[in-house]
Every structure is written in structure tokens, then in C-alpha cells.
Write a protein that binds this ligand. Structure first.
Ligand code: PXL
Length: 291
């Protein structure tokens, strides 16, 4: 029997302050009419992006029992979505989760959260990179940012700029690892390096897509989680890949515009609660193009 509402198993941490991971994913997908079933990987007082301190309770040892109950209950999911993972064992647990709950009908999304702006997040060491590279082989779709894509490509450093033909090579190479859809966020635009693009490759349809994003002078943690949530919600609502990417970009751009006019620390995240209602408005003008 099919559920009335689509369900996403979201394997992420719960950070009490700062609007990232589950505290961004749950409101975003719920607003889009999708039920979020969290598998919490860790509980943090706040995310690690820009605060002087944080507490961290690692739930690795609890995850297997938690997941075994879901197996016993015979739960099924329309999407499996993993993000920030705190330990090599967690990566193995997610990999097993995908083996068990993944199938031809559902969408497996791995956001290989590792870093941004050319560096790894402070809680990671280089060890995370080969482990993430193995996990992405199991995904139908991955959504690295430009820095994470460079790390997955095996580069030591993230370039400042990249040509269209080079980024297409990256997209193809990352898709060759396994995922049929690769979407890279925060890719510098060649014409105006202050602007960034989301670029994507759909292997089944052999198409490359680009959604432009006008320069906005602010980087807020958690926007990657919200972006991927909007894309997932949109795909589950039946939108095409470029339309889903477009909704993700438009929503994040609007969240940032609504936030940077106010003077508060970026680490608190975007003012999501003010903007969630937009997710239920029709998209009037789509800005995607072929790459
Ligand atoms: O949004 C990515 C993310 C998720 N979880 C934790 C983080 C971050 C980014 O800083 O620190 C705990």
C-alpha cells in the first residue's frame, strides 16, 4: 500500500543552533508536503561553521539498532538523503542503509558534505575524502559544492575558476563513479567570477544544465542543506531536474537576499522561517539553460 505523503529518510546530524542539517531539512521538506523521517547521526549544540565551540554527541553506536527497528517495521522510503557524516563507521552504516532500503523506485541522494570555500570543515581530516568517494558510488544523485567536487575529483586544491568544458569533464567523471545525476553548486561563473552557477549532468538523458545565481555578498552555513532539500522536494513533486535545480537556486537566493539586509552573524544561517511560504508559490520565470 502506498503512503499518501512521500517520505524521505534523512540521515543527518541535529545541530541545535544555526539552521543547518536537520533543522533546515525538516522545515523545508515539510513545507513542500514531504514527510521527513530523520536518522540522527549526532547531536550538536550548534553546527561547526563559525562558532567558537560546540558540543558533540556521536550517535554512531545507536544507529544500527535504530535502523533495525525500521527494518522490522517494514518501512519504505521514496528518497534516502544523507549529508554530514561524522565517522567512517557512519559512512559504512549509510552504505548498508542504501543497500537495504534503496531500490529502483526510490531516489538515493548523497550530499557529500566535507567543506566549502576551498577547505575541509574543521571537524574533518583528509581521511573523509576517499570514504565519501566510496559512498557516492551508491547514489542516484549527488550535490557537492565546488570545493567538495574538487576533493571528489582528487584535486588537492580547489581552482578559482573553471571553463565550461572542464566543468563538464568533472560532471562526467563524477557521474562515472556511479550517480546518474551530478549537481555541483557554487561553481564560479567565467564571465563574472562574483556570480556562481549550479551545473548539473543527467547521464540517462545526456544533458548538461546550468542555473545562474547573481552575486550576493554573503555565505551562510546550512544553505547547501536547504538547497538539496528543495531539489528533492521538487523532484518528488514531479518536476524535471532543471526545474528542481532552478527552484533550489531561486529559493536560496531569496533566503540570502532576505537575510543580508539585516545585520546579524552569518553563522546563524539564513532567515528560513520568513521565506518558507515561497516554496508553495508557483515559479513564474525559470532561469535554467543548457550548459
Ligand atoms: O550544513 C552542513 C553542516 C552540517 N552539519 C554540521 C555542520 C555543517 C556545516 O558547517 O557543521 C554539524
Amino acid at each position: 500500500m502506498q503512503d499518501v505523503i512521500k517520505k524521505v529518510a534523512a540521515i543527518h546530524d541535529l545541530s541545535g543552533y544555526g539552521r543547518s542539517s536537520l533543522t533546515a531539512i525538516i522545515p523545508t521538506l515539510s513545507t513542500m508536503g514531504v514527510q521527513v523521517c530523520p536518522v540522527p547521526t549526532a547531536i550538536l549544540s550548534n553546527h561547526t561553521g563559525g562558532f567558537e565551540c560546540y558540543s558533540y554527541v556521536d550517535l554512531t553506536d545507536k544507529m544500527e539498532e535504530y535502523i533495525s527497528m525500521w527494518k522490522q517495521l517494514g518501512l519504505t522510503f521514496d528518497c534516502i538523503y544523507s549529508g554530514f557524516l561524522g565517522s567512517p563507521q557512519q559512512i559504512a552504516i549509510v552504505s548498508d542503509f542504501i543497500d537495504y532500503f534503496g531500490n529502483n523506485q526510490n531516489l538515493v541522494v548523497v550530499d557529500p558534505v566535507m567543506g566549502d570555500n576551498g577547505s575541509l570543515y574543521s571537524s574533518f581530516t583528509q581521511e573523509i575524502i576517499p570514504q565519501m568517494r566510496r559512498l557516492v558510488t551508491k547514489a542516484d544523485m549527488i550535490t557537492p559544492n565546488f570545493t567538495e567536487a574538487a576533493f571528489l575529483m582528487g584535486l588537492d586544491a580547489c581552482p578559482d575558476k573553471i571553463s565550461d568544458s572542464q566543468i563538464k569533464e568533472w560532471l562526467r567523471a563524477l557521474s562515472d563513479l556511479g550517480p546518474g545525476i551530478v549537481a555541483i553548486t557554487s561553481v564560479p561563473d567565467n564571465d563574472n567570477p562574483k556570480n556562481t552557477n549550479v551545473v548539473a549532468y543527467d547521464r540517462e538523458n545526456e544533458t548538461f544544465w546550468k542555473v545562474g545565481c547573481r552575486y550576493i555578498p554573503a555565505a551562510y552555513p546550512g544553505t547547501g542543506d536547504t538547497f538539496t532539500s528543495v531539489v528533492i522536494g521538487s523532484l518528488l513533486q514531479g518536476d524535471s531536474l532543471p526545474a528542481a535545480l532552478d527552484r533550489g537556486v531561486q529559493f536560496i537566493s531569496q533566503c540570502i537576499k532576505a537575510s543580508y539586509g539585516f545585520n546579524y552573524p552569518k553563522r546563524n544561517g539564513v532567515l528560513l522561517e520568513r521565506e518558507l511560504g515561497l516554496l508553495n508559490m508557483p515559479v513564474l520565470i525559470s532561469g535554467y539553460e543548457m550548459l
